[in-house]
Design a binder for this molecule. Structure first.
Ligand code: NAD
Length: 472
């Protein structure tokens, strides 16, 4: 970021200001929303396996407490610095507000490259970080709830909940101090695919809006749409899967080593297995190799899904992008210059801040599960199945006809945890999409959907402050 004229946090502030111009909120309220409320910068020692002692640099930022707790991931990376954590924490405030998840934004970071440490060292660092957070009251189910981010996963979340619980004996809701936990430690089913599924639900809703589709020169609906996905990791894989299952054609997939194309559509699981077996996405049976992985971004298609890294679509290649819709599954894949180009050429960019909010939405469901101490579906599954069975029996008796076994299974089925998590996510993404579009349609001078999403966030956080009576 050093060659940029603005720091990461300043660039978030600039996007905020651009959107704030379209609102009528008091300047003081806007200043309060932008500010990072609490910044905890810490240093602690850790004894490494070779006996040496290293001082670790770490942060936790609570950007906003307009809702409690704060929420946001913990990142393990060499690049971690206070400005980055502040920027990411503020983006979490806006992301949660847009998808109506009642949390303030937070973010944590430890400045280490996890690959340079043994598992035992990582465990010590994670546990020590957690106890530093406990000491300063910077973690807890009602205070601040971390989650995985770059370089962390279920394993680290399990260490955090274990450390927290041991320091807070008898705290009945302790499991809700962190999300993204393994199922056995209080995690929720359906989290792994949550971000990709959220991307799918968000884009599907956009594609169901006839006026928007007309403007993009496309037919409504997902079926038959051509899709290009960059990045076959967690988010890209699941996004491709849900689009294919809904009848779209994933015509190209791009990875580090190159990209592949097949006009008839690719199956992400087969490609994934091929890559696992051969070490490369290239030479997949029936597909054409594309020399450069970035060539995929410039293919003729209806929907382009960058699901790998930031800044991949920029002033250099944006003029060659031919997709009608871009779905930002990754964080920050399009630069501001690309945004301007797309606004000029009527390419609809569906912004990351809300489109990839599936992870935090399902984290919210995990937290609710922890506070309620019961698995989703446990209370109603059997009741629903008995009721459905009874209703079906009555219909069959009265009509003298029987449904097929497949239909019977579908109708009878009572909700499991994963079904409820998926449907809660579907509801969340549909509502957020509609809210943003309403704002955009109401004012034609709003340049793009990203600005409309920011306005949605600002309105919600400002309303919350105003209703708290802080700014009478
Ligand atoms: P991941 O590491 O599982 O997958 C990323 C994939 O992109 C990898 O397979 C990698 O090989 C590939 N890749 C890297 N550089 C590439 C390039 N130049 N061209 C093509 N492919 C390339 O990560 P992920 O969890 O899927 O996250 C992807 C993006 O989505 C990130 O920007 C992340 O911040 C964002 N995101 C993730 C989540 C989540 O829940 N995992 C939530 C919100 C946002």
């Amino acid at each position: 970021m050093s060659h940029q004229p603005y720091s990461f946090f300043q660039s978030v502030e600039r996007s905020f200001d651009k959107a704030a111009n379209f609102t009528k909120w008091d300047k003081g309220i806007l200043e309060q929303i932008k500010a990072c409320n609490s910044i905890y910068s810490m240093r602690f020692p850790v004894k490494l396996d070779d006996g040496s002692i290293e001082v670790i640099e770490a942060y936790r930022v609570q950007h906003s407490q307009h809702k409690s707790p704060c929420k946001g991931g913990i990142r393990f990376s060499d690049e971690v610095n206070q400005d980055e954590v502040m920027a990411l924490a503020s983006l979490m405030t806006y992301k949660c507000a847009i998808v109506n998840v009642p949390f303030g934004g937070g973010k944590g970071g430890i400045k280490i490259n996890p690959r340079n440490y043994s598992v035992y060292e990582l465990e010590k660092i994670t546990r020590r970080y957690t106890s530093e957070l406990v000491k300063k009251n910077f973690i807890g189910p009602g205070i601040d709830v971390p989650a995985p981010d770059y370089g962390t996963g279920e394993r680290e979340m399990a260490w955090i909940v274990d450390t927290y619980t041991s320091l807070k004996p008898g705290e009945i809701d302790a499991a809700g101090c962190v999300t993204g936990k393994p199922i056995t430690q209080g995690g929720v089913r359906g989290r792994k695919e949550a971000t990709g599924l959220g991307v799918f639900f968000g884009i599907r809703e956009v594609c169901n809006m006839t006026d928007i589709m007309e403007r993009q020169g496309l037919k409504p609906g997902i079926e038959g749409k051509t899709i290009v996905v960059q990045g076959l990791g967690n988010v890209g894989y699941h996004t491709a899967k849900f689009f294919r299952e809904a009848g779209a054609k994933v015509v190209a997939l791009a990875e580090y080593e190159g990209a592949i194309f097949n006009a008839e559509g690719l199956n992400e699981e087969e490609v994934f297995q091929h890559r696992k077996a051969t070490g490369s996405i290239l030479n997949f049976p029936g597909a054409t190799n594309l020399e450069k992985n970035t060539d995929a971004l410039e293919l003729d298609c209806d929907i382009l899904i960058p699901a790998a890294l930031e800044n991949v679509i920029n002033k250099d290649n944006a003029p060659r992008v031919k997709a009608k819709i871009i779905g930002e599954a990754a964080n920050g894949p399009c630069t501001p210059e690309a945004d301007e180009e797309f606004a000029r050429r009527n390419i609809l960019c569906v912004p990351d801040m809300y489109l990839n909010a599936g992870g935090v939405t399902v984290s919210y469901f995990e937290w609710l599960k922890n506070l309620s101490h019961v698995r989703y579906g446990r209370m109603e599954k059997r009741f629903t199945e008995n009721m459905n069975s009874h209703i079906l029996g009555q219909i069959e008796e009265l009509s003298g006809k029987e449904v097929s076994d497949k239909e019977r299974k579908f109708i009878m089925h009572g909700p499991e945890e994963q079904d409820l998590v998926h449907s809660g996510l579907e509801e969340t993404m549909i509502t957020a999409t509609r809210e943003i579009m309403e704002i955009w349609k109401a004012d034609p001078s709003i340049p793009d959907m990203r600005t409309a999403a920011y306005i949605s966030a600002i309105n919600k956080v400002a309303t919350s402050y105003a209703e708290l009576g802080i700014f009478p």
